[in-house]
Write a protein that binds this ligand. Structure first.
Ligand code: ATR
Length: 345
């Protein structure tokens, strides 16, 4: 089933076609994300290799490496690579006085988009997401500006990241949403109750970030052995305080992978690929061998019994610890004020 989907996948019902697996580029540009920035020539080579191998859907943000990830993607897209790739980027995290806030103010949305276009050195962003939802402004107001950017040809399709069902619904009334990007993996499934059915009802595609548990479902506790202090995973409760408990899930996935003749990363990814033809995982990697492995996950077929077995691991053990650092709590699945509270402002 999964192997038939390597090439074009319709993401959402608005016309965007992407590769069945994308490439998360965040960890290529530190600092404060996953480790330090990686050497630029190596990353350009890796991304181009991904595109040449059919992984054409690139995921970045103005926040990753504080603009530097978009600059990296911009350089990668030279020499004919722009035409072969679909570029998804995001706005919303605004650095202010050494901290960050989330901003969906129309003037900010416009300036962020124009700055991203410059850094990426492209005419139009294929998919432009609100990276997090600004809880101080009705989502309709943010969407109004995004709609104008589409009309002006600066953006082709609109997405939301970590939005709750009611925000998705409200946003969709202003302009069709093409994709929702949320964390979705074997051990993060809270979106399945409301968000996934809402997306399916509205014809919105689903992009799964951290599909291999930020590396933990691929490597288990070994992942945490040599992480530098600046790596944000050092401060994520699920990956710090509760490793002894949570490692059982990895061990079970890994055991099943060995029996099936694949790797734990591939099995975790294959599970996401089997969630539907409207779902695209975007595993992040900075290594060619891992990229190849991840592409290999598209050829793994899982039986309904194997899917149920995999799901039982996290279900029986019950994952402990939040998936994000505490700062993020405000911006995940958050509601925005009603439009009526804004009108007349
Ligand atoms: P995110 O979406 O947040 O980037 P993810 O895709 O679930 O999270 O996991 C990314 C992490 O998994 C990275 O640390 C990556 O490490 P490398 O850059 O060293 O590859 C790791 N990872 C990705 N693919 C992997 C694989 N096939 N085997 C082992 N680790 C892998």
């Amino acid at each position: 089933m999964a192997s038939e989907r390597v090439s074009g996948l319709k993401l959402g019902s608005q016309g965007l076609v992407v590769s069945a697996q994308g490439l998360g580029c965040m960890s290529m540009s530190g600092s404060g994300f996953f480790g330090p920035p990686k050497p630029e020539p190596d990353m350009i080579n890796l991304i181009r290799h991904a595109i040449d191998s059919g992984v054409t859907f690139l995921d970045t943000s103005d926040f990753y490496g504080f603009n530097t990830n978009e600059i990296l993607i911009g350089k990668t897209l030279k020499d004919g690579y722009r035409e072969k790739a679909q570029i998804a980027t995001k706005f919303g995290y605004r650095p202010i006085d050494g901290k960050v806030e989330v901003c969906g103010d129309p003037a900010y949305v416009r300036s962020a988009c124009e700055a991203s276009l410059k850094r990426l050195d492209i005419d139009c962003i294929d998919l432009y997401y609100a990276h997090r939802i600004d809880t101080s402004i009705p989502i309709e107001i943010t969407m109004g500006e995004l709609k104008k950017l589409v009309e002006e040809g600066k953006v082709k399709y609109i997405g939301l990241s970590e939005a709750c069902a009611s925000t998705i619904r409200r946003a969709h009334t202003v302009h069709p949403i093409t994709a929702v990007q949320n964390e979705w993996s074997l051990w993060t499934r809270d979106l399945e109750d409301e968000i996934i059915p809402t997306c399916r009802e509205l014809g919105i595609g689903i992009v799964s970030y951290s599909p291999i548990g930020k590396g933990f479902l691929a490597q288990g506790p070994k992942l945490l052995e040599n992480l530098p202090e600046i790596d944000v995973r050092k401060r994520m409760p699920r990956l710090t305080n509760h490793v002894e408990h949570n490692k059982i899930i990895f061990e079970q996935v890994n055991e099943m992978a060995t029996r099936k003749g694949c790797t734990a990363a591939q099995l975790a990814l294959a599970w996401v690929h089997h969630q539907g033809t409207d779902v695209v995982p975007i595993p992040g990697t900075t290594k060619l061998e891992n990229l190849h492995q991840n592409i290999g996950a598209l050829s793994i077929n899982l039986t309904p019994e194997e899917i149920a077995k995999l799901e039982s691991f996290a279900f029986d053990v019950i994952v402990k610890g939040e998936r994000h650092v505490s700062m993020q709590r405000t911006w995940i699945y958050s509601e925005t004020p009603p439009l009526s509270s804004w009108e007349g402002n």
